[in-house]
Write a protein that binds this ligand. Structure first.
Ligand code: KIV
Ligand code: NA
Length: 277
C-alpha cells in the first residue's frame, strides 16, 4: 500500500470506500494494524484508561501523548496508515498559541494530524492550526475530556435541541477547516446528518451508526481485552461470532477492516442508537 495522505483519504470518501481507523499506543500494534489494512491509526488519549489505568482520559499529559506518538510512528515506518494524535486535556484549551505549541509537539513526534474535542469555542483554534499547516480532526458528541461536565459517558444529541446544537457546532468546525471529525456516541441519524451537512469533511463514527465516512474503535475493546461492561457499539473481533472460538490478533484486525469496508460493522441495530421519540 502507498502511504495515506489527506488527499487519498478524501479520495476514499469520494468513492464511498469506508475509512477503517483504530487506536494504537505502541509500535507493535501500530505495525499489526497497518499490515491488516487499517487506513488511519489514532494515538488516542484513551491510552490514559487502557494503558495507564486511569478512570478517565483527563490525567494524560502532552509529554505522554508525544512519547506514545513516537512509538506508534516508528511502528508505521515503511507502512501506509495515516497517523493522528489526540491533543490531551488542558493542552489546547487556553488559546490558539497553546494549541499550536501542543500540536507542534505531536507533529514533531510523527503525527500527521491532531485531534481536539468540543464545539462552540473550538473553531477559532481549528482555523488557527489549519492556516499554519496542521491538519485537524474535530471530535463531537461524547467528548471524554468533558466527562465531568457531561455527567458521565452518556449518549449525546438525543433530543431535537441538542441535535440541532451538535449539527451547528459541526458546521462551524467544518467551515473552520476541520478535514475530519470523530462523532462519538450519538443517534445514527444525527451522525448521518452531520456528514450530509458537511460533504467536504470526513466523519468517523464510534457508537454513531453506519452513516459516517469511516469507523474507529479502541484497540483493546475490539480485541476483547477491556474488562467490565462495554458499550453496545463495541464488537469483539477476537472471538468468532458463531463459534466463540479465539481469533488471532492479526486475523481479528483484518476482520475489523473487512467488516468496516463491507458495511457490516457497525450493525445498524445492535451497535447503534436512535433519537428520543
Ligand atoms: O482516545 C480515543 O481513543 C478516541 C477515540 C475513541 C475516538 O478519541
Ligand atoms: Na480521545
Amino acid at each position: 500500500r502507498k502511504p495515506m495522505t489527506l488527499h487519498s483519504l478524501r479520495a476514499m470518501q469520494a468513492r464511498s470506500e469506508k475509512i477503517a481507523m483504530l487506536t494504537a499506543y505502541d509500535a507493535t500494534y501500530a505495525r499489526l494494524a497497518d499490515e491488516a489494512g487499517v487506513d488511519a491509526v489514532l494515538v488516542g488519549d484513551s491510552l490514559g484508561m487502557v494503558v495507564q489505568g486511569h478512570t478517565s482520559t483527563l490525567p494524560t499529559t502532552l509529554d505522554e501523548m508525544a512519547y506514545h506518538t513516537r512509538c506508534v510512528a516508528r511502528g508505521l515506518q515503511g507502512g501506509a496508515a495515516w497517523l493522528i494524535a489526540d491533543l490531551p486535556f488542558a493542552s489546547y484549551q487556553q488559546g490558539t498559541a497553546q494549541a499550536m505549541a501542543a500540536s507542534a509537539a505531536l507533529m514533531q513526534a510523527g503525527a500527521q494530524m491532531v485531534k481536539l474535542e468540543g464545539g462552540g469555542w473550538t473553531p477559532e483554534t481549528v482555523r488557527f492550526l489549519v492556516e499554519r499547516g496542521v491538519p485537524v480532526c474535530a471530535h463531537l458528541g461524547l467528548t471524554p475530556q468533558s466527562v465531568h461536565a457531561l455527567g458521565g459517558y452518556r449518549i449525546q444529541g438525543r433530543d431535537a435541541a441538542s441535535a440541532t446544537t451538535l449539527r451547528a457546532h459541526a458546521r462551524e468546525l467544518a467551515e473552520a477547516g476541520a478535514a475530519m471529525m470523530v462523532l462519538e456516541l450519538m443517534p445514527s441519524d444525527v451522525a448521518s446528518a452531520v456528514q450530509s451537512d458537511n460533504p467536504q469533511m470526513m466523519t468517523i463514527g464510534i457508537g454513531a451508526g453506519p452513516g459516517t465516512a469511516g469507523q474507529v474503535l479502541v484497540l483493546h475493546d475490539m480485541l476483547g481485552l477491556t474488562r467490565g461492561k462495554l458499550p453496545r457499539f463495541v464488537r469483539n473481533f477476537a472471538r468468532d461470532e458463531q463459534t466463540g472460538a479465539a481469533v488471532a490478533t492479526d486475523v481479528a484486525l483484518a476482520a475489523y477492516v473487512a467488516a468496516v469496508k463491507a458495511g457490516q460493522f457497525p450493525d445498524p441495530v445492535a451497535h447503534a442508537y436512535g433519537s428520543a421519540a
